[in-house]
Write a new protein. Structure first.
Length: 539
């Protein structure tokens, strides 16, 4: 059995996230356990383990009361042991990724009416609950709000914001945050004791830093290391995690200080060819630069004399941006290579130079009126828009909905905020999925606070389509790409723009409203809408 499963928490006290441990203790000690929970947080933080522990708590039936300490499960009775094994008939674990449709939820609604086979309560653990379709989520609402007394629901998700609001409002929310280094070290110590291994805190700390807040990833790293017959020593762990003999971070930073472009690119190429991941390279470099930056402002750490404080800040931003772009890159090393070129050859981009001759980082969207995307992305999107417009003119199909001009991005004032990318959103989505773009023409941005973009949709049917995949996923990906950071998109119903009758003079404001808004999706001559209808209902 894999170590993560072998040593997963079996009692509330064994839960390694302190905040979750204390929250569940308070809820259990109150003896008023809610009928529905929402466990939300990153992967590998113990959501499913906590759900199973809670199932044991409500169903524990020890042979003697002395076996149960306080409100903890005894882990010896039939209910506890069968839940641990995963074969308890009254504790049902569902993967919403593969059971996400309305038919699956209808079957669940019928099943919850039946009494438990042997346990006191039937417990439904729905993992990755955000994968439920909108229709399935709505079907679950009534049961979730007023389930039978013998039923307990536990929803687990890594993306709670994707759950519909009515689901979230009917559950007791328990937040699972990324694990801290001490919490991961506590988890690793339990594994090492159980396996009767010898090591020290430095080894735990190295693995914890590398695991990105995930207990599961930390345990898997430990397991893989010891399965190869390696000794748990600091030097061995460093070599295993970072391949220090292949990639020397101090030498690499010296190359950066000399601004030797070819040598820096070659160092990255050599490291990746030897199996070192680009994320590991970035992590080592950023950690060293951060240490030097802290030293520059009077903190403890090793300084880098060849870098100014401004240089360190700029370089950290460049490399951090590269890290965020890896997941969408054609080759994972390309974002880092581009960042290195921008650092070593600031003339390689046209966004201006700092007083020391270094390049300035791209606008991050927080300056000059809260611009929503970087200059490079704006330039690329404008080029794409010009190409699209040229094609439209050639084909005679240019539409009124192209609200972006050829020379500048559209600017829509929304509640005092400037939102510059709506036209580019439509332009980017059109070649990906014309149906999604056509549906968005029945919507307009009504509010943007920097993190959430609220769209006013004119018709309920179009709103429901935009809230379901693939349209929701396409829209989310394009908006995130253009804004440069994750943006939550929320759809609400709103009144369609006023359209003047034929022959009736229109007020200037009404004309502007109609021209600035997208064409309403009810006109019979709109070929895109016919296409959407055919896609949905069939030809």
């Amino acid at each position: 059995m894999t170590l993560y499963l072998k040593y997963r928490s079996k009692t509330v006290d064994e839960l390694d996230l302190e905040s979750v441990r204390e929250s569940l203790k308070k809820i259990i000690s109150s003896k008023k356990i809610p009928h529905a929970f929402l466990f939300a947080g990153p992967k590998g933080t113990g959501k499913t383990s906590a759900a199973r522990i809670l199932a044991k708590v409500v169903n524990c039936d020890p042979p003697t009361p002395a076996l149960r300490k306080g409100m903890e499960p005894c882990n010896q009775c039939y209910q506890c042991t069968s839940i641990t094994r995963g074969d308890n008939l009254d504790v049902i674990e569902m993967d919403a990724a593969s059971h996400r449709g309305i038919d699956d939820i209808r079957m669940l609604r019928e099943a919850v009416k039946l009494s438990p086979v042997k346990a006191k309560k039937k417990v439904y653990i729905i993992d990755e609950a955000h994968m439920l379709t909108t229709e399935a989520s709505n079907a679950l609402l009534k049961t979730l709000e007023e389930p039978p007394d013998h039923v307990l629901f536990i929803l687990a998700t890594t993306n709670p914001e994707k759950l519909i609001e009515t689901i979230r409002s009917r559950t007791t929310y328990v937040a699972f945050k990324k694990a801290s280094i001490p919490e991961i070290m506590r988890s690793l110590e339990r594994v090492v004791r159980g396996e009767k291994l010898e090591t020290n805190a430095e080894v735990f700390e190295l693995i914890a830093k590398h695991s990105d807040g995930s207990f599961r990833d930390a345990t898997k790293t430990l397991e893989q290391f010891i399965s190869e017959g390696n000794k748990l020593e600091k030097e061995n762990i460093e070599e295993y995690l970072y391949r220090k003999s292949v990639f020397d971070v101090e030498e690499f930073i010296k190359i950066l200080s000399d601004k030797n472009t070819l040598s820096a690119l070659q160092a990255i190429e050599d490291a990746t060819n030897q199996g070192v991941s680009v994320k590991n390279v970035i992590q080592q470099v950023v950690e060293r630069l951060r240490e030097a930056l802290i030293a520059k402002v009077g903190g403890r750490g090793r300084d880098l004399k060849n870098f100014t404080k401004e240089d360190l800040i700029f370089l950290i931003k460049l490399i951090s941006r590269a890290n965020s772009e890896i997941s969408t890159a054609v080759m994972e090393q390309i974002p880092l290579e581009v960042a290195i070129v921008e650092w070593c050859q600031p003339e390689a981009h046209a966004n201006g130079l700092s007083s020391s001759g270094r390049g300035r980082p791209l606008d991050d969207g927080r300056n000059e009126g809260a611009k929503s995307t970087t200059s490079v992305k704006s330039s690329d999107s404008n080029k794409k828009l010009q190409t699209q417009k040229a094609q439209n003119r050639t084909e005679g199909t240019e539409k009124d909905f192209s609200v972006a001009s050829e020379t500048s991005a559209p600017s829509v004032i929304v509640n005092g905020k400037i939102e510059e990318v709506w036209g580019r959103v439509l332009t980017e989505i059109r070649p990906i999925n014309a149906s999604t773009e056509a549906l968005l023409r029945a919507a307009k941005p009504v509010e943007f606070d920097g993190k959430t973009l609220t769209l006013g949709v004119y018709y309920r049917f179009h709103k429901e389509r935009l809230e379901s995949n693939p349209h929701r996923e396409i829209l989310g990906n394009v908006v995130e790409e253009l804004f440069g950071n994750p943006i939550r998109v929320v759809c609400i119903l709103t009144e369609p723009p006023i359209r003047p009758k034929d022959g009736q003079p229109a007020d200037k404001k009404i004309e502007e409203s109609v021209s600035n808004s997208d064409t309403v999706l009810t006109e019979g001559e709109d070929k895109d809408i016919i296409k959407v209808a055919k896609e949905i209902f069939g030809s």
